[in-house]
Design a protein around this ligand. Structure first.
Ligand code: ATP
Ligand code: MG
Length: 684
């Protein structure tokens, strides 16, 4: 069979792709063809007659799995592949094992997977006091470190941790009793099965005789142990990774897995790839400059194979609206010049930043998709708020009423809603009208006394709000926030930070809307956003928007990264890790192939108010500030200005003389006077 596909690889890549038996570690920087190499290796193994069913390839996201499958299959003659090789995420693979072997744990295989919301609800029902985010993450940590509830109890010293371990035990019992599995169980339970039954472990290891893992830097302890079990009979494990792209530390991923790989697996062959094929030389240089600020790294060489290309652009804007406008304009221009929307992407570190982007795109009619996330108006918390506003404009909207009558919780359960529904059908009256017209006693006959009272209070609040709305839209919004205090219902939720940010974003947006359009009403607002969310028809040609985490492994010809402000990127403060933030920066910059634009603003509407922001340190660390086009207007220098130089540090300008586009500066750096051109310093 022809192996022409090997011709598109360089020598090191070819060497790795043709490696057959034994452990193999491909350690290389971004865009050096790691994924291409293992995809080709998959095709190569099949082309030399290895049973496709015996090859297992594991990735971290479904998107990565799909892309790899497409790439690999385009290389091989599909007629010879009877059973396609298994190529999926770690969790999907865990699920498959559980479907087959759950009985090994004395459990049935008709289990149900619970999501974060379910997990939260179960934990809350077990314990009313402990903070949910802490509970959820500690339990997840226990599971990923393979600690049973008893072991967790034994190691807990502080009272708080003893309590958490108690909840952990009850939680596990609950899951087992109801045959539920959480996300962590998809890895942990298969591992337990393999530990408990040696013979089965051997059989499974023999079945998957060749195992490959992309993005190995993001595996955690449990994934490593699972892999060890799977490779126990053959040691045929091939992993690829980049320590500079390790971005899941917060989820327990450990860089040690890469660092210790050669100790973990005998006779490992190590291949390094040192050429980057993805990005222009200019883009790669900035990415390299940025990551060099990290101390904790192996330090790899990575040189571009491409020309210099265009310089990286930095956009400076007053606020998010201006930022969006610039990007939308750019994208429209690119499209009208024949560029494909599917080759463009916009990345952000914090999810809530997508809202103003989405709004701009909806208005412009440029189709977009939000990868790995829900579109803003499809998010539960936003749908809830919209449902509230709908009720206020149209009392007869039963659907919306049912959605929010118990949000935040008022003790109105499902049965009560069913009873109201039935009565509404029977009397042909909308629920709202029913509740309004019936006397409290009559209503109590339908739903009970307590619920009757609650419903009456709820309706009265709605009526008050309607009145306020007629008087003043701003007063109405204040009252609305106070009356229902919907926001604080997410105070202790594990994903509360993101949800509250979305809620604030939404409140901010509606306030802005009324300021801009004082003569329009709440209905107009609702109609507008209904249209916005319907606007984007399905087409393959869509601009992608996503978090940097979701962009791992992907590449785009035209890339925009927004929100380069301190606090947004990098996230700073409690629990944040600046080196991990910088690795995220490196991942983000290295997604770009030809054109890269970074953007920062002076202020953003966030958490209910407009915040003043300073530009991200990553801009100067990657050597971008001096190349910044739109900053020029602000870069006039005068005596007394404080500036920073990459090597000489902080200094004060003593003299500034205009010289062409720049200034010739005489700067006092801690007593040392130097003459420096303005493009080499950053104004503070
Ligand atoms: P990341 O670290 O971002 O996951 P990676 O190392 O997996 O990157 P790939 O996605 O495999 O890199 O490759 C990056 C780009 O370079 C792809 O467009 C790929 O087709 C191209 N490429 C890789 N190797 C070669 C080569 N030898 N010749 C030409 N192009 C190549
Ligand atoms: Mg890759």
């Amino acid at each position: 069979m022809s192996e022409n596909f090997l011709l598109s690889l360089n020598d090191s890549q070819k060497n790795a792709a043709q490696h057959i038996d034994g452990a193999l570690l491909i350690l290389a920087g971004a865009g050096s063809g790691k994924t291409k190499t293992i995809t080709t290796r998959l095709a190569y193994l099949i082309s030399i007659g290895i049973d496709p069913a015996s090859i297992l390839t594991l990735t971290f996201t479904n998107k990565a799995a799909t892309e790899m499958r497409e790439r690999a299959f385009s290389l091989i003659d599909s007629s010879i592949v009877h059973t396609p090789p298994l190529l999926c995420t770690f969790h999907k693979f865990g699920l498959l094992l559980l479907k087959f072997y759950m009985s090994e744990l004395g459990r049935k295989n008709n289990f149900i997977i619970i999501d974060t919301d379910d997990k939260k609800r179960i934990l809350r029902s077990i314990d009313k006091e402990l903070p949910l985010p802490l509970l959820a993450s500690e339990i997840s940590k226990y599971k990923n470190s393979i600690l049973s509830p008893n072991e967790a109890k034994a190691t807990a010293q502080l009272k708080l941790y003893q309590e958490i371990a108690d909840v952990y035990e009850k939680y596990e019992n609950y899951l087992e009793k109801n045959n539920l599995v959480d996300f962590d169980d998809l890895l942990l339970l298969p591992y337990k099965i393999l530990c408990n039954n040696e013979k089965l472990a051997e059989e499974i290891s023999q079945k998957y005789n060749y195992i490959m893992v992309d993005e190995y830097q993001d595996t955690n302890e449990l994934q490593y142990k699972l892999l060890r079990k799977l490779c126990a009979t053959h040691n045929n494990l091939c992993v690829v990774g980049d320590d500079d792209q390790s971005i899941y530390g917060w989820r327990g991923a450990t860089i040690k897995n890469i660092l210790n790989f050669t100790d973990h697996f005998e006779n490992t062959k190590v291949v390094k790839l040192e050429e980057n094929y993805r990005s222009t030389n200019t883009i790669l240089n900035h990415a390299n400059q940025l990551i060099e600020h990290n101390r904790d790294r192996l330090g790899k060489k990575l040189v571009s194979t491409r020309e210099d290309g265009n310089s990286v652009r930095v956009y400076e804007s007053h606020d998010e609206n201006e930022e969006t406008r610039k990007i939308v304009d750019d994208i429209k221009n690119l499209i009208s010049n024949g560029e494909r929307a599917s080759e463009m992407a916009i990345l952000f570190r914090v999810n809530a930043l997508s809202r103003s982007l989405e709004e701009g795109f909806n208005k412009s009619g440029v189709a977009y998709k939000l990868v790995g996330g829900m579109k803003f108006y499809e998010r539960a918390e936003i749908k809830d708020l919209i449902a509230y506003f709908r009720i206020l404009t149209n009392n007869n909207d039963n659907f919306s009423l049912k959605r929010i009558v118990n949000k935040p919780k008022r003790g109105i359960g499902k049965t009560t809603i069913e009873k109201l529904d039935a009565k509404s059908a029977q009397t042909q009256k909308p629920i709202f009208q029913l509740v309004e017209e019936l006397e409290p006693e009559e209503l109590a006959q339908v739903v009970g006394k307590k619920n009757s009272r609650t419903l009456k209070v709820f309706m009265a609040s709605i009526m008050d709000l309607k009145e306020a709305l007629e008087e003043s839209k701003m007063r109405f919004l204040d009252l609305f926030e106070d009356t229902f205090d919907y926001r604080s219902s997410y105070d202790n939720a594990p994903d509360g930070f993101d949800r509250q940010a979305n809620i604030d974003e939404f409140y901010g947006y509606i306030r802005d809307y009324f300021i801009q359009n004082p003569h329009l009403g709440l209905e107009d607002f609702l109609n507008e956003i209904a249209l916005e969310s319907e606007n984007s028809e399905f087409t393959e040609e869509m601009v992608s928007m996503m978090s940097i985490h979701a962009s791992k492994g992907l590449e785009y010809k035209h890339l925009f990264i927004i929100g380069l402000e301190e606090g947004f990127f990098p996230i700073i403060g409690d629990g944040s890790d600046i080196e991990e933030e910088r690795r995220l920066g490196y991942v983000a910059l290295t997604r770009a192939m030809d054109n890269l634009t970074l953007s920062f603003v002076h202020s953003r509407f966030y958490k209910g108010k407009r915040a003043s922001l300073t530009k991200s340190r990553f801009l100067s660390e990657s050597g971008l500030i001096k190349g910044c086009l739109t900053l020029e207007k602000n870069s006039a220098y005068k005596k007394g200005d404080l500036v920073k130089h990459k090597i000489f540090g902080m200094g004060r300008v003593q003299k500034a003389v205009k010289a062409g586009k720049e200034y010739k500066l005489t700067i006092n750096f801690a007593g040392q006077i130097r003459d420096i051109l303005s493009s080499f310093v950053e104004k503070i």
